[in-house]
Design a protein around this ligand. Structure first.
Ligand SMILES: NC(=O)c1ccc[n+]([C@@H]2O[C@H](COP(=O)([O-])OP(=O)(O)OC[C@H]3O[C@@H](n4cnc5c(N)ncnc54)[C@H](OP(=O)(O)O)[C@@H]3O)[C@@H](O)[C@H]2O)c1
Length: 275
């Protein structure tokens, strides 16, 4: 089978498409025929060697495919960027029935991170979501609206329409305008600190870069939760959450996906299809 792997750390060119043996599930695992994985920008850090991984390392965290004849989605520690992957059974849930697996691959990491970040927001609060045009942002805006918040979102012109479509009450173009209006909560989803004063009165929550050393904030690190993922699937099936996949690539283009992702050329979620 084909797998997108790195044998050493470095730029996008270290990604190789290797022909390797189909993995064999260990106890408690199952084999997934992969329909798609998704690009998550944190994997750039894996490729660069910011985190230590065993080499060679097969990329890919989000998984959508068929396991034991059942369409599933899930989250694995590595190996989803391949034609077949093994996954612990408890890392998989039934896929949404109303969208293709290739689209559902966008849900796990971004959806779970959004869920666990927005869970800190209370009904009726005014929330600034900074970085709403990204993969996590698309889920965060929809969840915050579903849970009863008033949402002000930052987005550049390329994402403004989509973010309004997710239900944001207001969109601020971060390329021209400082979000100065006071809010109860700020959710930060950008890989660099905001270059403007934080307008949150009660709480700052970051899933990305620390907001500022002098501003207390809660940092959320996604931890896999089967119940949260199943609840996300149910909201997709109920039509409450739309899964916005903006581009899709074959596995052979993984190095190009990393190059474009690193250059900031993507918005929303991008998927990779290995078959
Ligand atoms: N804590 C965790 O467990 C966890 C898990 C996954 C990811 N992360 C981190 O969370 C962050 C977001 O991840 P993601 O997957 O959503 O990223 P992403 O999809 O790559 O986000 C890209 C989006 O960021 C927006 N953006 C870029 N610069 C911005 C700025 N200065 N102000 C406002 N928006 C800006 C752009 O929006 P426009 O299109 O509007 O320009 C772009 O579409 C990353 O730093 C990632 O490493 C954390």
């Amino acid at each position: 089978m084909k797998a997108a792997r790195i044998h050493r750390y470095g730029g996008p060119s270290v990604i190789r498409i290797d022909e390797i043996d189909t993995p064999v599930p260990a106890d408690g695992e199952t084999l997934v025929t992969v329909a798609a994985t998704s690009f998550n920008p944190t994997e750039i850090a894996v490729r660069r060697g910011v985190f230590d991984v065993d080499l060679p390392h097969t990329l890919g965290w989000d998984l959508a495919g068929e396991a034991d004849g059942v369409p599933v989605i899930g989250f694995v520690d590595s190996g989803a960027a391949a034609q077949y992957a093994t996954a612990p059974r408890d890392r998989l849930v039934p896929a949404p029935k109303n969208i293709p697996l290739r689209q559902a691959a966008a849900i796990p990491l971004a959806g779970l991170t959004a869920w666990q970040t927005v869970a800190h927001v209370r009904r009726g609060q005014k929330v600034l979501i900074n970085g709403a045009g990204g993969g996590i942002g698309s889920f965060a805006v929809q969840l915050a609206k579903h849970w009863g918040a008033y949402v002000i979102a930052t987005a550049s012109p390329r994402s403004a329409e989509a973010v309004l479509g997710y239900g944001a009450d207001e969109v601020i173009d971060y390329t021209t305008t400082v979000p100065g209006q006071p809010v109860d909560v700020m959710i930060h989803l950008v890989g660099s600190p905001p270059p403007w004063p934080v307008p949150a009165r009660e709480q700052v929550i970051s899933a990305a870069a620390p907001v500022r050393a002098d501003v207390p904030s809660t940092h959320v690190v996604m931890s896999y939760d089967r119940d949260h993922l199943s609840a996300l699937v149910a909201l997709v099936e109920a039509g409450v959450i739309t899964v916005d996949v903006t581009e899709s690539y074959p596995l052979d283009a993984m190095a190009e996906v990393h190059r474009r992702g690193e250059a900031g050329e993507f918005r929303g979620k991008v998927t990779i299809v290995p078959h």
